[in-house]
Design a binder for this molecule. Sequence first.
Ligand code: DC
Length: 229
Amino acid sequence: MSAPSPFPLTPSHIPVIAIDGPSASGKGTVAQRVARQLGFHYLDSGALYRIVALAAERAGIEWGDGDSLATLAATLQIVFEGDDIFLHGENVSTVVRSEAMGKGASEVAVHQALRSQLLNVQQIFRREPGLVADGRDMGSVVFKDAEAKVFLTAGSQVRAERRYKQLIEKENHAILAHVLADIEARDARDKSRASAPLIQCDDALFLDTSQLTIDEAVEKVLQHYRHTN
Ligand code: DC
């Protein structure tokens, strides 16, 4: 009998909380706080697609060229350190979080070749004592066996207003109607693509945060996790 691998590919005993939802729903903030409270690791899967969009732009690769994007993704050295994101040693946190890279991420994310390339990269984040993963397909594809799944959303108008406020604080300029149009275009692309579209899993808790504070949303996710334990 061979010895068990020290690094099992699917360490399914390690708990995962999968939080999926549309852009600007607040899932990133909620997921990070839940992870902090539980002492779990945190995976911002959207950042991986954003980094690929950035690296492709720099390498002159079209966001529509799925095979080249997958090949490129295999060569990227990505490090997450607290809130900072490093690509080949360069701190790219600000540019990766820009609206342009959000749009680019949504465009590169339609390609199955790239999604397959990033699958294992994401699963490696499942480490002791647990993981909170945020994205679009955490519960439906990447961590199908997650202990707790949450579909976190808010009305598109509410999400546009939240994003608008962030942009005004950050860049001092934004037009609400444009922000809303961008969010709706991104929703449509993320929900209608053939590969791993944004869907609510049957076993996910539906959480509409339109009328909730961040603290209330965090508490609801924690309650759901405790309930499934
Ligand atoms: O969560 P975010 O805004 O950083 O995600 C940016 C884009 O990346 C999103 O519009 C779709 C894509 N994405 C994805 O397809 N699958 C994920 N698990 C996470 C993000």
